[in-house]
Every structure is written in structure tokens, then in C-alpha cells.
Write a protein that binds this ligand. Structure first.
Ligand SMILES: Nc1ncnc2c1ncn2[C@@H]1O[C@H](COP(=O)(O)OP(=O)(O)O)[C@@H](O)[C@H]1O
Ligand SMILES: [Mg+2]
Length: 294
């Protein structure tokens, strides 16, 4: 790979400045920031703590589509959980508009690969579930559920049960359920990893359209570099042991994009080369520290 030259770097910085200035129509102005965020876990009393995230500093701009890529175990889910307010840093701070995050809120919603739909409820009832929790009355619940089911093209499945749907349809229900609560920030944790390529491509298009229409901020975690280039305004690269952000790439490609396009593949390859170099370095360090058997 040719290393990024200074001119390209300046172009990258300019692109990042443009992203910061961008506002989708009707978008909100919630700014997410992480300051020196470290998170450690203690698997048991005798083991040394495992540092999942080390000194992460990050600014996420209102209305941005941010992708975070990194190998398994580098702390991506931990990072999303912190932004969601489902976990708290061991040190440092996660802030929304300068205020410390002290728990979950209706302004943020997290969607996982396993999507967490209730099998004993119908599609419509699943979408209405969060609204009921928010104390929204029956008429408005119904209207909102219909609206978001229409957006994900599932109107005719309103009365079906989850087991009657394909994987892609289930993920669309999960997206509709999340969007129905009208969050400002959508946190997605490898949401499409278990889907076949065609369904995933379709959901890329739908997610992008929903993002444009609602003006929400999306933080999308994936281990698939191509997927991050397909979707993101900006891609952050994480490395493991301990998890840190090692690089940042503005994605200058015009939308619409497709994951199979050459320009997407080319940029993904360049980013992957950075990631590989970093993983090799980490492996060398780990190998050097591992006592060898005779
Ligand atoms: N609740 C937890 N208790 C102990 N260790 C955890 C916990 N959550 C995550 N970890 C560890 O932290 C590291 C990062 O995990 P995770 O954030 O799930 O990574 P990723 O999502 O990138 O695969 C892993 O080594 C994982 O085993
Ligand atoms: Mg994960």
C-alpha cells in the first residue's frame, strides 16, 4: 500500500471539518464526547484486571454516521455500552453535550446482532413495546408503530410473530422498534453480521435512508472494514490489548455507495492494511512476552 502522503492528510482533515459542519435537515444537536475513557474488568479476585479500553478520546458530531471497526475483543461493544449508559468507565468520562452520562436515556438506543425481540409478541406489539414503556398512549403508539413499520417495509407483517420472519426481517423490526422511540442517537453493535449478503446490502440502503430522513446520529460497530466504508462518514480503527483508537479515516466517497464497488473495496483495502500492520505489531509484542517452552 502507498502510505498516505501529507496532501492526502490535509484532504482528510478538510473532509472531517466538512463532516463536523454537516447538519441533516431536522437533525438534533446532541454532541457525544469521550474523555480519557478507560474500562477495566476483573474476571476474578486473583487475576489481574483486563483493560478493555485504554484512554479513549472521541468526539461524535450531531447527525454523523460514524463507524467503528476493529478485531474481535478490541472493546467495540464496551465502547457502545458506555455511550448507551449501560456501563460506566473505570476512569474518564462519557458526555452528552458536556453533561456526564449517568445511565441510559430515551435519547439513545442500542441494537445488537441478537436484536432482543420478544417472541411472544407480534411485530406490531414489539415495535410498540418501547413506546408503552415511555408511557405513550395507545392511539399514538399505534400510529408511530405503523409509520416505522412502513419505513422498513413491514406493514403487512404487523400481526405476524417473530418466528414467522426471516433474519433480515427480524433485524428490520428491531430497527423499527428502535426508531419508533425517536432516539437522537442510534447505537448499532454488529447488527448485520449474521445476515446473508443480499439482505445485508438491502439493510445498508434502508439504514442510510432512515439516517437521512430522521437526521439521527449513528454509531455503527462492525468488524467488517468494507461495511464501514460503505456506510460511514468517518471510520475509526480500534486495536486490541488494550483497546484504543489507532486511526481515523474520513470517507470522501459520494453516496449512494455499494459494498461491491471498486472505490469502496480500494479504500477498505487501504484501511485494512493499517489494521493488519497494527495487529502484527500487537502479536509480535505478545509473542515476545510469552515464555517459550523448550
Ligand atoms: N462484563 C465483562 N466482564 C469481563 N470482561 C469483559 C466484559 N465485557 C467485555 N470484557 C472483555 O473486554 C474485552 C473487550 O470486549 P468487547 O467490548 O466485547 O470487544 P468487541 O466487542 O470488540 O469484541 C474482551 O477481552 C472481553 O472479554
Ligand atoms: Mg462486540
Amino acid at each position: 500500500m502507498t502510505p498516505i502522503n501529507p496532501t492526502e492528510l490535509t484532504a482528510q482533515q478538510e473532509q472531517i471539518r466538512l463532516i463536523r459542519a454537516r447538519r441533516a435537515p431536522g437533525s438534533h444537536n446532541t454532541h457525544i464526547s469521550l474523555h480519557g475513557v478507560t474500562q477495566s474488568f476483573s474476571p476474578n479476585k486473583n487475576a489481574p484486571p483486563l483493560v478493555a479500553l485504554n484512554n479513549v478520546n472521541l468526539e461524535i458530531h450531531p447527525g454523523e454516521f460514524l463507524c467503528i471497526v476493529g478485531p474481535s475483543g478490541c472493546g467495540k461493544s464496551s465502547l457502545l455500552n458506555l455511550i448507551a449508559g449501560l456501563a460506566f468507565p473505570s476512569s474518564g468520562e462519557v458526555q452528552l453535550n458536556g453533561e456526564r452520562v449517568t445511565g441510559p436515556g430515551t435519547d439513545r438506543i442500542l441494537i445488537f446482532q441478537e436484536h432482543g425481540l420478544f417472541p411472544w409478541l407480534t411485530v406490531g406489539q414489539n415495535v410498540e413495546f418501547g413506546l408503552r414503556m415511555l408511557g405513550i398512549g395507545r392511539k399514538e403508539r399505534r400510529e408511530r408503530a405503523d409509520h416505522y413499520l412502513r419505513l422498513v417495509h413491514l406493514t403487512s407483517f404487523r400481526d405476524s410473530y417473530i418466528h414467522q420472519l426471516s433474519g433480515g426481517m427480524r433485524q428490520r423490526v428491531a430497527i423499527a422498534r428502535a426508531l419508533a422511540t425517536e432516539p437522537k442517537i442510534l447505537l448499532l453493535d454488529e447488527p448485520f453480521a449474521a445476515l446473508d449478503a443480499q439482505t445485508r446490502d438491502m439493510l445498508h440502503d434502508e439504514l442510510e435512508r432512515l439516517w437521512r430522513e430522521t437526521g439521527c446520529t449513528i454509531v455503527f460497530v462492525t468488524h467488517n472494514v468494507r461495511e464501514s466504508v460503505r456506510l460511514g462518514d468517518r471510520v475509526l480503527l480500534m486495536s486490541f490489548r488494550p483497546g484504543t483508537i489507532i486511526n481515523e479515516f474520513a470517507i470522501p466517497l459520494q453516496r449512494p455507495r455499494h459494498i461491491e464497488e471498486n472505490r469502496v473495496a480500494q479504500l477498505a483495502r487501504e484501511i485494512l492494511d493499517h489494521l493488519r500492520a497494527d495487529i502484527n505489531k500487537a502479536m509480535e509484542v505478545e509473542f515476545a512476552n510469552t515464555p517459550r517452552s523448550k
